[in-house]
Design a protein around this ligand. Structure first.
Ligand code: GLU
Length: 466
C-alpha cells in the first residue's frame, strides 16, 4: 500500500468541538497506525465567519489532545490561484463550461423543476451556448447525464447516487472564487490525501467531489463518513449534554488522554475494551471497527474514564496538570512539590482536576482561615465534649514527636487509643474535623505528614478553642 495520508480540515468559524475533535483523532490515528502523514488544512474561505483567533484555538486544542500534524497547515485563502488553474484545465478539456445565467434565471429553473415534482437543479442550458468569460459569468462542471456515482464508504459501506440527483455544479463563482467542493478536491489531491475521514454531514458532498476528480482524471481517495454524536436522549447533542468545545472540557479539568479515549470509543470499538493507552490506540486503529450507527454521549462515563486516568498516571504528571487549577483556586504561590503530595493524597476522591484542586483547598488554607462545617463540629467536637480533650491531648503528643511523618504519627495515635482503652471512633472523628474542618477525606497520619508539624498543631489548637 502506498503511504497513508489523512487530513483534518476544520473551518475556523468557532472553537474545536468534540465532534470535530473525534474526527481529527480518527484521522490522526489512521495516519499514525500506518506510519503515514496527518495533514492539517484550515478551510477559511468563509471570510465573514473565519477568524484567526479560532484557528489559534483549534491548533491549541489539537496540541492539547496530542494530535501532532505533519508539515505546515495549508490555508485555503492562500490558494485561490491554484484552484483556478484546475478550473482552467477543466475548461480546456471540455469538462466545464462558462455560464451566464443570472441567479434569478437559475432560481426560476429550480422552481419549475419543483413544480414538476423533480429535484431542483440547473438545467444545463449554457452547455451549448458557447458563453465564454465575462461579467457575472461562472464556470460549471459538465456532469455526466446518466449513470451513478458509486463509492465504498469506510464506515457506511457501499453508497450509490444517481447523477440525476446532482447537477452541473458551479466550480468558479462569478466573482472568480472557486467553490467549496472544487477547492477540497484540489487540496486533497495536491496534499496526497489517501483517506478522507469526515463527519457525515459531508456525505452529500462526496458524489459531487467524485465527479470533479473524474473530470480532472485524478485518482480517488477512500472516503469514510462518521456519524454524528447524539445526546444521552439520542437527540441532537445539545450544549447542556456535552456539545461543547474541547477547550471547555480542558477548563473543566478533564485530562486529554481521557477525552481522547472517550471520543475514540464513541464511534469505534475493539471488542468490549473501554480503556486504551494512546500507544495502544495507535497500534489497534486501522480504520476498521468504525460504527455506522450514531453513538450517544455519556457524561458519566467520561468522568469515570477521567478518574481512571487520574488514578493511574505518575503523580508528577498529575501534579503538573493540576497546578494551574490549584493556582486558579487562589493559591498562586503554591510549590509544585506540595501539589504533587496533595495530588497523591486526594486523587482517589476526585473525578477531574477541578475537584482535585478543590479537595486540596482545606490543606492549603492557613489554619486561621480554615472553614469548619458546623454540623461536623457539633457532632464530633462539641464544646466541653470528650472529643476536644482527645484533640488537646494528641496535640501535646504530636508536638513532642521525634519524627513528624505518617508512620510515626500513626503509631502515636494508635498507642493513645490503646493506652486509654478507647475505641478509634472516639478519637478519629474529632481529630479529623479538627484537621480538615469536615468529616471525610484521606488517612489522617498522611494528612498531618503533608501539613507538617507547625500547621498541624495550629489547626488542633484552633479547633480546641472553637
Ligand atoms: N471544513 C469542513 C468542516 O469543518 C470539513 C470538510 C472536509 O473534511 O472535507 O466541516
Amino acid at each position: 500500500m502506498s503511504k497513508v495520508v489523512t487530513r483534518f480540515a476544520p473551518s475556523p468559524t468557532g472553537h474545536l468541538h468534540i465532534g470535530g475533535a473525534r474526527t481529527a483523532i480518527f484521522c490522526w490515528l489512521l495516519a499514525r497506525h500506518f506510519g503515514g502523514e496527518f495533514r492539517l488544512r484550515i478551510e477559511d474561505t468563509d471570510l465573514l465567519r473565519s477568524k484567526q483567533e479560532y484557528t489559534d484555538s483549534i491548533l491549541a486544542s489539537m496540541r492539547w489532545l496530542g494530535l501532532d500534524w505533519d508539515g505546515e497547515p495549508t490555508y485555503q485563502t492562500q490558494r485561490t490561484d491554484v484552484y483556478n488553474k484546475y478550473v482552467d484545465r477543466l475548461l480546456e478539456t471540455g469538462h466545464a463550461y462558462w455560464c451566464s445565467c443570472t441567479p434569478e434565471e437559475v432560481e426560476a429553473m429550480r422552481e419549475q423543476a419543483r413544480a414538476r415534482g423533480r429535484k431542483p437543479r440547473y438545467d444545463g442550458r449554457c452547455r451549448t451556448r458557447d458563453v465564454g468569460p465575462g461579467e457575472g459569468h461562472c464556470v460549471r462542471l459538465k456532469a455526466p447525464v446518466t449513470g451513478k456515482v458509486v463509492f465504498d464508504d469506510l464506515v457506511k459501506g457501499p453508497i450509490a447516487v444517481d447523477v440525476s440527483e446532482l447537477d452541473d455544479m458551479v466550480l468558479r463563482r462569478s466573482d472568480g472564487m472557486p467553490t467549496y467542493n472544487m477547492a477540497v478536491v484540489v487540496d486533497d489531491y495536491e496534499m496526497g490525501v489517501t483517506h478522507v475521514l469526515r463527519g457525515d454531514d459531508h456525505v452529500s458532498n462526496t458524489p459531487k467531489q467524485i465527479l470533479i476528480y473524474e473530470a480532472l482524471g485524478l485518482p480517488l481517495p477512500r472516503f469514510g463518513h462518521v456519524p454524528m454524536i447524539l445526546g444521552p436522549d439520542r437527540q441532537k447533542l445539545s450544549k447542556r449534554h456535552g456539545a461543547r468545545a474541547v477547550i471547555e472540557y480542558e477548563q473543566d479539568g478533564l485530562l486529554p488522554q481521557a477525552l481522547v479515549n472517550y471520543l475514540v470509543r464513541l464511534g469505534w470499538s475493539h471488542g468490549d475494551q473501554e480503556i486504551f493507552a494512546p500507544d495502544e490506540l495507535v497500534a489497534l486503529f486501522d480504520g476498521a471497527g468504525l460504527n455506522a450507527a450514531p453513538a450517544a454521549f455519556d457524561p458519566d462515563k467520561l468522568q469515570w474514564l477521567n478518574a481512571h486516568y487520574m488514578r493511574s498516571m505518575p503523580p508528577t504528571e498529575l501534579a503538573a496538570l493540576a497546578l494551574p487549577f490549584v493556582r486558579r483556586e487562589g493559591f498562586a504561590d503554591v510549590a509544585p512539590e506540595r501539589v504533587e503530595r496533595l495530588a497523591s493524597l486526594f486523587r482517589e476522591r476526585a473525578n477531574n482536576l477541578v475537584e482535585l484542586a478543590q479537595a486540596m483547598r482545606t490543606l492549603l488554607t492557613p489554619a486561621e482561615t480554615l472553614e469548619y462545617d458546623a454540623a461536623a463540629v457539633a457532632r464530633a467536637l462539641p464544646a466541653d465534649g470528650e472529643g476536644r480533650k482527645h484533640v488537646a491531648a494528641l496535640a501535646e503528643l504530636f508536638a513532642a514527636a521525634k519524627t513528624f511523618d505518617a508512620p510515626a504519627l500513626e503509631k502515636i495515635l494508635h498507642d493513645y487509643v490503646e493506652r486509654n482503652n478507647l475505641k478509634f471512633k472516639q478519637v478519629g472523628p474529632p481529630l479529623r474535623v479538627a484537621l480538615l474542618g469536615y468529616m471525610g477525606g484521606p488517612h489522617l497520619p498522611e494528612v498531618m505528614d503533608v501539613l507538617g508539624r507547625e500547621a498541624t498543631l495550629e489547626r488542633l489548637r484552633r479547633a480546641v478553642a472553637l
